[in-house]
Every structure is written in structure tokens, then in C-alpha cells.
Design a protein around this ligand. Structure first.
Ligand code: SAH
Length: 255
């Protein structure tokens, strides 16, 4: 039997309307959907009634399905001739392990297509009113992970990032905010550098906490920011306040 195709699909950052038409079509056509914790479950309503839905994320108090097991399952379903969707939060190739899955499938000769999604940095920045690049303030942006999966992996080059990149968006970093802040300060970022924390960006329960490198760790503690959340470091974080102030002014004028 010819193997079925696997689609590694980006579900977008949280708001289900931020999925692409192509992704939605693949969800509608899938025989099996393996989905992650960060993929909005509302999207599963578009699946065929007979589609098999397999949760691969972390249940409260339990471990998530190991990557090896996910890879095995993806291949096994495809080898049964099924059309498989692997649904992931944000974009599959931005800290989504989509590359590992694609390589594994390719090695087994299983056809695979990657469908991009709006990564949470882009989605959350938009809904928080923070342009990641901005004329005069930021000519470059880097997506950085705050955590490495294995201790053997080298940490991000905070020394270079602090100096060479205008806007840093740090994924999986809120748990390590104090350390990250210390690294950036040690490598020359100013105390006064604006920082925004965006929790559950693009969802109805989005929260944004803003401060500077001087106080952001304290603010995170007092406001209890938790995952999923992003850290945005750079002058652009100030644009949010400008937008909010202008919007409030306009409301006063009109209202
Ligand atoms: N592939 C995903 C990232 C997965 S890594 C993407 O492209 O967005 C998981 C991390 O993504 C979280 O720890 C958090 O830092 C970030 N994240 C995912 N969804 C988020 C959201 N709605 N708001 C803020 N951060 C989010």
C-alpha cells in the first residue's frame, strides 16, 4: 500500500482565527490528527466526525508523549495509508520540533508537507501593540529560546544577542527570567531597556506586563506571569504605551 501523507501544520498562536486556509483544509481532510497542548482545541471541530484525534501534549501532572513515540505514531498511521495531520501551536519550524518530525518521515520515505503558521512571537506582538521592527527603533529581531532541552546543548549566545540584535523575543523563558535578565545586563544591555511579557497572547485571556530590565523580574513575580508566555526585550516594547495613550486620547475626543 502507498503510505498516506503527513501534514505538519501550524495552528497559529492561540486565536483559532489566525490559522491559514491551507491548514484548515488539511484538518478537514485528515483521517488522524495528532495535536499538541498549544494548538487551540477549537480547531478540532473542523475535523471529520470519524477522524481519530490523538492528544500528544502534557496532561496535568503527567509527562507529554516522548518525541520518539510521536515520530513512531506519525509513521505508523501514514503506513496504514491514512492522511495524517500533526497540529502544532504557532509555526512548526519555530521551536516546534517540526524539523525533527519531517526528517524522520523523510528517512522512511513517507511523503510530508509542512504548512506554516503564525508563530506566537508574531501573533502576540501584534495583539500587544508591539511592532517587532520599527523605523528608528529596531532594524533586527531574533527569536531565542530561554531553555535548552538537553544540558549538553550550548545556551544562546546572550553576549552577542545583547549587542547585535535590536529586538529579542524569548520563547520558553519566563521560568528563567531572572537569569536571562542578568545575562543581558552583564553583556551590556541598559537597565532602562523596555521589556514586555505577553502571556497567552492572542487569546481572550491575554495579559501583558511591561517594565524595564531593571524591574521586570520583580513585576513577573508579583503578577505571577506563567507559561505560555513570551519575553520581548527592546525599545519597541515602548510603542505599546504610545499606542494605548493615543487610543485613549482618541476615545476621549470621540466619546
Ligand atoms: N511553535 C511554537 C512555539 C512552541 S515553544 C510557535 O511558533 O509559537 C512554546 C513556547 O512558545 C511557550 O513557552 C511560549 O514562550 C511560546 N508561546 C506559544 N504560544 C504562546 C502564546 N499564545 N502566548 C505567548 N507565548 C506563547
Amino acid at each position: 500500500m502507498r503510505p498516506g501523507e503527513v501534514f505538519i501544520v501550524g495552528a497559529g498562536p492561540g486565536d483559532p482565527e489566525l490559522i491559514t486556509l491551507k491548514a484548515l483544509r488539511r484538518i478537514r481532510e485528515a483521517d488522524v490528527i495528532l495535536y499538541d497542548r498549544l494548538a487551540n482545541e477549537e480547531l478540532l471541530q473542523y475535523a471529520k466526525p470519524e477522524a481519530e484525534l490523538v492528544y500528544c501534549g502534557k496532561a496535568p501532572g503527567a509527562h507529554s508523549m516522548p518525541q520518539k513515540q510521536i515520530n513512531r505514531k506519525l509513521a505508523a498511521y501514514a503506513l496504514e495509508g491514512k492522511t495524517v495531520v500533526r497540529l502544532k501551536g504557532g509555526d512548526p519550524f519555530i521551536f516546534g520540533r517540526g524539523g525533527e518530525e519531517a526528517l524522520e518521515l523523510a528517512a522512511q520515505g513517507i511523503p510530508c508537507e509542512v504548512i506554516p503558521g503564525v508563530t506566537s512571537a508574531v501573533g502576540a506582538a501584534a495583539s500587544a501593540g508591539i511592532p517587532l521592527t520599527h523605523r528608528g527603533l529596531s532594524a533586527s529581531v531574533a527569536f531565542v529560546t530561554g531553555k535548552r532541552c538537553q544540558d549538553s546543548e550550548a545556551p544562546p549566545r546572550w553576549d552577542l544577542l545583547a549587542q547585535a540584535v535590536d529586538t529579542l523575543v524569548i520563547y520558553m523563558g519566563v521560568g528563567k527570567l531572572a537569569e536571562i535578565r542578568a545575562e543581558l545586563l552583564r553583556h551590556g544591555k541598559l537597565d532602562s531597556t523596555p521589556v514586555a511579557l505577553i502571556e497567552r497572547g492572542t487569546t481572550a485571556s491575554q495579559r501583558v506586563v511591561t517594565g524595564t530590565l531593571a524591574n521586570i523580574h520583580k513585576l513577573a513575580e508579583s503578577t505571577k506571569v506563567t507559561n505560555p508566555a513570551l519575553i520581548v526585550v527592546g525599545e519597541v516594547a515602548r510603542v505599546r504605551e504610545q499606542l494605548l495613550a493615543l487610543e485613549a486620547e482618541a476615545d476621549l475626543r470621540i466619546g
